[in-house]
Design a protein around this ligand. Structure first.
Ligand SMILES: Nc1ncnc2c1ncn2[C@@H]1O[C@H](COP(=O)(O)OP(=O)(O)OP(=O)(O)O)[C@@H](O)[C@H]1O
Length: 606
């Protein structure tokens, strides 16, 4: 397809990204944004626009329709929220309108909450100078709540697409009022909207979107769904494209994320994750992905036995609990979150992708209604996640990109470690070939994890295998049921509590111990004689790096020493060049240096 005049190419944006690294960079007020917003951003510690914001904000301020495709964590939300607020701040609101002035549609309730909070925090930081009504609508709301939310009417509605047609069909909102008042429509995470089954809702909505409405479409990847939506809703838009999946290989994962992998058997995954966490070889906070909810619980119970606390996040939990878990994790109340991501969960209702058909008992849980508006990965802005661990590999390369995209957001650094079993080698190869090729050797390579020696792993084997045996299917099932019961009760408490104390995060703990038996004291600490000296040294370096970064990488950034502290202090960074070279030497199928043959080694008894 010929490049339209309105299309801004990856090269142009890439150029701006390069420029951005020089001193010659534009500030938010130079983009023409209202100074109240610029001050609000400064108060949040946000000083300079990201590349997508640099390009999108002026176009949106000019009133253009825009399709923005940019990688995960690149700041797409502010790219549309800022100009939208600017325009709403500076327009005299017409009080005789009966419908909302702007609607932001997102695929999940988690994202509704996230976008709503971002908008509200900017408005609040404008210190009461601005009076805008912003509301959230979700399809589970009773009609009376929807009516109250739409009274006024609001300046901004943040909603999932199913809600507006519901409001129309129940008479809560009149289509004429909607058409008369709507000036701005945003489709965020557009690549997901159709896959979440919103096609009919969006078609119904399109019919009443007025011709003069400015439409914006934001997406991390491009797909036929995005094209469909573009045709359905936008009028001759500007297309802003940052490199995307299947397009420009070296930019799919943000540059500031280091990717590692460990080759191990399916059975040894528990042993390896124990070594990574217990020997403190990865930086906190860490987001750990599993493909099934049962595996998430198995992992949680197993880690508990070693005194490692974690929380669980999946589609089975009630919405209030999920939101609270996210808030607690973002607020730093716990370090490890085990998440089962949505696309994986849906599939596991039948069988898991590697042919492990779920047992009769676990099928019982498949019947538990999973929330179709839940999204744990796509678009969720987990704060300060340093490490993403793929305990199980995602089933496709796009899943990998979105998982890894939960770290290294905006200007932060991050790392990922994937545990890859022989059965997962095929998808791993697919991911590697998507991310980089021989020409792009230095970028987006997934290198063997350099900090864990074979000795260190083997010294934990005996204890790890013993404990793994004790985490039986029955124990997993019981914990899962118990956790669900707890969270349902919590969810009610949460709802009531947050109505009164919206900011109180400490009411409930989500990383509580599920196991009936407390963990044995001797399992909580690894005795020195079992520690391999090299790995012990690596653990110390990781700790030092964390201290150098002030506990998290944002702190380092705020103190203006980001480059120095990241490069010098982070052992993963300093070791990675060598590791990368090694990764390429052995060719495509080369295994990690600790990989594959761990069964051959002598057992170390505790
Ligand atoms: N200009 C900026 N400077 C620093 N941080 C920023 C800037 N803009 C946004 N951020 C922060 O970057 C993080 C990621 O932004 P955002 O959630 O908008 O990314 P995204 O592109 O929508 O990612 P995804 O595709 O995963 O949804 C957020 O925590 C946000 O507050």
């Amino acid at each position: 397809m010929a490049k339209s005049k309105r299309e801004i190419s990856p090269n142009e944006i890439k150029h701006q990204e390069d420029e951005e690294e020089t001193e010659d960079e534009k500030s938010f007020d130079e983009l023409g944004l209202d100074l109240r917003l610029v001050h609000a951003l400064n108060k949040k510690g946000i000083q300079k626009p990201t590349p997508i914001q640099l390009v999108a904000v002026p176009l949106i301020l000019e009133g253009k329709d825009v399709v923005a495709r940019a990688k995960t964590g690149s700041g797409k939300t502010f790219a549309y929220i800022l100009p939208l607020l600017h325009r709403l701040f500076n327009e005299s609101s017409v009080k005789n309108k009966l419908g909302p002035a702007s609607v932001i549609l997102v695929p999940t309730r988690e994202l509704c909450q996230q976008v709503y909070s971002e908008v509200m925090s900017l408005i609040e930081l404008c210190k009461g100078q601005i009076q805008l009504k912003v509301v959230q609508l979700t399809s589970s709301m009773p009609a009376s709540d929807m009516r109250a939310a739409l009274a006024g009417p609001p300046d901004i509605v943040v909603s999932t697409p199913g809600c507006i047609p519901k409001c129309l069909s129940t008479g809560v909102l009149q289509s004429k009022s909607f058409s008369d008042s709507l000036k701005y429509l945003v489709l965020d995470e557009a690549d997901l909207l159709l896959s979440y089954g919103y096609e009919d809702d969006l078609k119904a909505l399109t019919a009443i979107v007025p011709r003069g409405c400015q439409c914006l479409l934001m997406s991390a990847t491009s797909s036929s769904d995005v094209e469909k939506l573009k045709k359905l809703i936008l009028h001759n838009p500007f297309i802003l494209t940052l490199p995307e999946i299947g397009d420009v290989k070296d930019e799919v994962i943000p540059k500031n994320v280091q990717q590692f992998w460990i080759s191990c058997s399916e059975r040894d995954k528990l042993l390896y994750i124990l070594a990574l966490l217990k020997l403190e070889l990865v930086q906190k906070k860490a987001l750990i992905f599993t493909n099934t909810i049962d595996m998430g619980f198995r992992l949680k119970l197993y880690l508990e036995k070693f005194g490692i606390k974690s929380a669980i996040l999946n589609a089975e939990l009630p919405q209030n609990s999920r939101l609270h878990i996210l808030e607690e994790f973002n607020a730093g109340l716990f370090d490890y979150l085990i998440a089962t991501d949505e696309s994986q969960t849906k599939e596991t209702e039948h069988a898991d992708g590697r042919g492990h058909v779920e047992t009769k008992k676990s099928r019982k849980y498949a019947k538990t209604k999973l929330d179709s508006e839940f999204g744990v990965v796509r678009g969720i802005d987990f704060k300060n996640v340093y490490t993403v661990i793929n305990f199980e590999m995602p089933r496709d390369a796009a899943g990998y990109v979105h998982r890894i995209g939960r770290t290294g957001r905006a200007y932060n650094t991050g790392a990922s470690v994937s545990l890859v079993s022989p059965d997962e080698m095929e998808i791993f190869e697919e991911i590697k070939s998507l991310l980089g090729d021989e020409e792009n050797k230095d970028s987006n390579v997934i290198a063997p994890f350099p900090l864990l020696t074979k000795n260190a792993v083997e010294s934990l084997r005996y204890r790890a295998e013993d404990v793994a045996k004790s985490v039986t299917k029955i124990a997993v099932r019981e914990s899962r049921a118990q956790d669900l019961r707890n969270e349902i009760i919590n969810s009610e408490k949460l709802k009531a509590h947050f109505e009164v104390n919206p900011k109180d995060l400490d009411l409930l703990k989500h990383d509580k111990v599920l196991s009936k038996k407390p963990s044995a004291p001797h399992l909580r600490d690894v005795p020195d004689y079992l520690l391999d000296p090299k790995t012990q040294e690596a653990g110390k370096m990781v700790k030092l790096a964390r201290a150098a970064m002030g506990g998290n990488n944002i702190t380092a950034r705020r103190h203006g020493n980001k480059k120095k502290s990241r490069k010098e202090g982070d052992p993963l960074k300093t070791l990675s060049v060598e590791a990368r070279k090694r990764a390429y030497k052995g060719g495509k199928k080369r295994e990690g240096r600790d990989g594959g043959d761990s069964h051959k080694h002598k057992k170390n008894k505790f």
